[in-house]
Design a protein around this ligand. Structure first.
Ligand code: CO
Length: 140
């Protein structure tokens, strides 16, 4: 695989509403999408558009949300993951594993409606990396 476009930066937050206010009022973001729940991943999500990418605000959804542990360590929230596009998620997973990196779980449908995987931060210099199949027909 080869690394593609930076699709988004994931930011964990205890309150999407408060984070929206920061991006809007402090940084001047004007294109803020409607928040939505992603129960299979245990998150509530809100995308904030920037001229060349997106910020993905993620708040815990449900008791088993993986975000609870992150917020226990980072109560104010913080940078959680970065997401790069790849052409083929299954090829990317096989390539990561062939190179010895741990992929967390099987490909599943992410917040953009295309399959994603996560690469363990231990194998990526401490950064949780999401790989996301490029949306078909996307005009980038
Ligand atoms: Co993400």
């Amino acid at each position: 695989m080869t690394i593609g476009r930076l699709n988004h930066v994931g930011i964990a937050t205890p309150s999407i509403e408060k984070s929206i206010a920061l991006y809007r009022d402090l940084l001047g973001a004007t294109k803020i999408h409607e928040p939505f729940d992603l129960p299979p991943q245990g998150v509530r999500v809100c995308f904030v558009d920037t001229p060349n990418s997106q910020i993905e605000l993620i708040e815990p959804y449900g008791e088993n949300s993986p975000i609870h542990a992150f917020l226990a360590k980072n109560p104010a929230g913080g940078q959680h993951h970065v997401c790069f596009e790849v052409a083929d998620i299954h090829a990317a997973k096989a390539d990561m594993e062939a190179k010895g990196a741990k992929v967390l779980g099987e490909p599943r449908i992410g917040a953009h409606g295309t399959p994603v995987i996560f690469v363990h931060p231990r194998d990526m210099g401490g950064v949780l990396v999401e790989l996301m199949e490029t949306p078909k027909g996307d005009g980038h």
